[in-house]
Design a binder for this molecule. Sequence first.
Ligand SMILES: N[C@@H](CCC(=O)N[C@@H](CS)C(=O)NCC(=O)O)C(=O)O
Length: 216
Amino acid sequence: MSGITVYGIPGSPFLRSVEIALKEKGLDYRLHAMAPGEHKQPEHLARHPFGRVPAFEHDGFTLYESQAIIRYLDETFPNPPLTPGNPKQRARMNQVIGIIEWYFFPKAAAPIAFNRIVGPKLLGLPTDEAAIAEALPMARTCFEVLDGLLGDQRYFGGNNVSIADIMLAAQLDLLSETPEGKALVTGTRIEAWLARMLARPSFAATEPPAMLREAA
Ligand SMILES: N[C@@H](CCC(=O)N[C@@H](CS)C(=O)NCC(=O)O)C(=O)O
């Protein structure tokens, strides 16, 4: 056993990105699956003071923040590498990760996916159409920019899958289940890239729960 435990709510794209990295590395791990709400309880707040998922442990070393976890895995278990060796390609990967964390997830993907899927279909909350409308201009900018950064490359960091590809595809798989996400992806270079990513065994092995897909 690798001594790795991942804590999270199945269906969370950030949890999934960590699991995908583990699968890409061929590492076994224990998933401590939590129910929604458990992430705000004292037991989890002790692992993650911001009350989010995922959290991670490796032989007593604890960590949260998906990017930090995946980078740690990549340095600790270097094969196959998820970080390009070339500085320019590495910079592109880091740029895409920055876009995901600052613009795409909080200002586009999260408001749309929450208000189309998680809130109304899983939590019984009303859809906030205004929040979706507000998120759309940022979502359009993100798609335009990401499509340009991918260009004709196979992956964002060149010829091999990188941390940026894993993090973005885990987010996009859920977002593209919404009408807005589907419309944004269709006809872009991101569409073929996403299909390639989702066909990887690491993605197939970490499919979100059927309940979430059916809700979309
Ligand atoms: N920056 C964090 C973001 C984690 C995050 O926002 N996770 C979402 C699920 S995908 C979450 O925990 N949401 C629950 C909440 O905000 O209460 C990371 O990279 O791990």
